[in-house]
Design a protein around this ligand. Sequence first.
Ligand SMILES: Cc1cc2nc3c(=O)[nH]c(=O)nc-3n(C[C@H](O)[C@H](O)[C@H](O)COP(=O)(O)OP(=O)(O)OC[C@H]3O[C@@H](n4cnc5c(N)ncnc54)[C@H](O)[C@@H]3O)c2cc1C
Length: 430
Amino acid sequence: MRSDILIIGAGASGLMAAYTLVKAGKKVAVLEARDRTGGRIHTIEGRGFSGPVELGAEFVHGNLPVTLGLLKEAGIGYSDVGFEMWQHHNGKLEQSIAFVDGWDAFLEKLNGLAEDMPILDFIEQNFGGEKYANMRRQIVDYVSGYDTADVKDVGAFALRNEWNHEDEDAQHRINGGYCRVIDLLAGTVQDAGNAIYLNSVVKEIIWERGSVKAITADGTAFEGGEAIVALPLGVLHNKEGEGAVKFCPPINEQEKAFSGIGFGSVIKVLLEFDTIFWEKGGVDADLSSMGFLFSDEAIPTYWTQAHQRSSLLTGWLGGPPAHLQKDTSAETVLDMALVSLANIFKTGPEELRSRLVAWHVANWTAEPFSLGSYAYDKVESAKARILLSQPVDNTILFAGEYLYEGPAMGTVEAALTSGRDVAHKLLEII
Ligand SMILES: Cc1cc2nc3c(=O)[nH]c(=O)nc-3n(C[C@H](O)[C@H](O)[C@H](O)COP(=O)(O)OP(=O)(O)OC[C@H]3O[C@@H](n4cnc5c(N)ncnc54)[C@H](O)[C@@H]3O)c2cc1C
């Protein structure tokens, strides 16, 4: 089967590349391993839940131009996210103003750092000693939870870029779910007569300048002049995995560069209860506007659907602790979440279990076509990204959230921007 351009991977980056190329009049074929489009965007409906729930991406983290531009184009609305933050530490539940004690002083010191280094080294060099023990713990939890990264290798410069651009007041959820963005992109591609082949696991890319053949697991060959490889970094890291792609001839330099960028781990736990039990249950606090809740429990982070009234609680385990649980069964992760919530709300896990209406554990680190959460920068990542952003012999190009330069690292915005920019680059060279 032949088209102008092959796109491997139908996540946000691959579909945005396809959408941009199709709008420029090109013919594309999109090859996708799973039986659905969207990749790490996966909105589900039904399965006992009372509305759409997000197994992957959920928030638009700020007034991000590419994402909001697409929403505007398609007339898709979005809603603000409730941001009242609470913390549960040492048995006490309190509303919290900041994630980290002494944050301003910490950020000021970080902004003065002249040479990049892993954030753990920076913390130990500048905030060692008993006095800062609490602050250190909070930063490690934050990096692990939010960036899903390992403090031992995530770069200080990347984090300071992110932290200096944070806009907590502008967090949104897409009405009807993130899948609507995917449907817009995929629909435009298909309506223009281009195919998206699902259940097509690409195993090998045989290429020479101006010609590419992608062979899928069932032996089908798809041909094109060029290919955009829009696979998750986790899959590109793991040469033995089910989604691993062999390049023939090999592209050794690029394969080495993949390991220069970090890829985190995450497990997301969706729990819908029969009532908003946390509003008045067990604790002496008004939690009716709670947005986020941070704790020391095994599944430490939770959020509600505020400002909507909903009895859905989402649990989140990120970073190295999520990697440690990657082979843990969904049922055990559910137990961990129920015990965590029972400790926080001073009730019993069995009581909470009896109130569960629907639940789902999304273990993205165990998923063979993701193998993790999203990218984070190590000290050497900027160099790796420059190399991976260059077309290989004007024939193979890479797209994905991990190739984005800017403050919204690891996000859907990053993936969309990368897909759009790679398509423009390709249009310049063909
Ligand atoms: C739990 C979770 C929560 C998140 N929350 C947010 C959030 O709130 N806000 C936000 O902006 N971002 C969030 N993100 C990040 C965001 O989802 C990703 O950055 C973005 O969706 C990545 O898009 P992508 O196109 O780069 O990769 P992917 O979406 O991973 O797309 C790659 C595609 O390649 C396919 N593939 C893999 N191997 C093969 C193969 N061999 N052959 C063919 N196809 C293959 C995959 O199936 C997949 O469809 C979250 C991610 C996770 C996992």
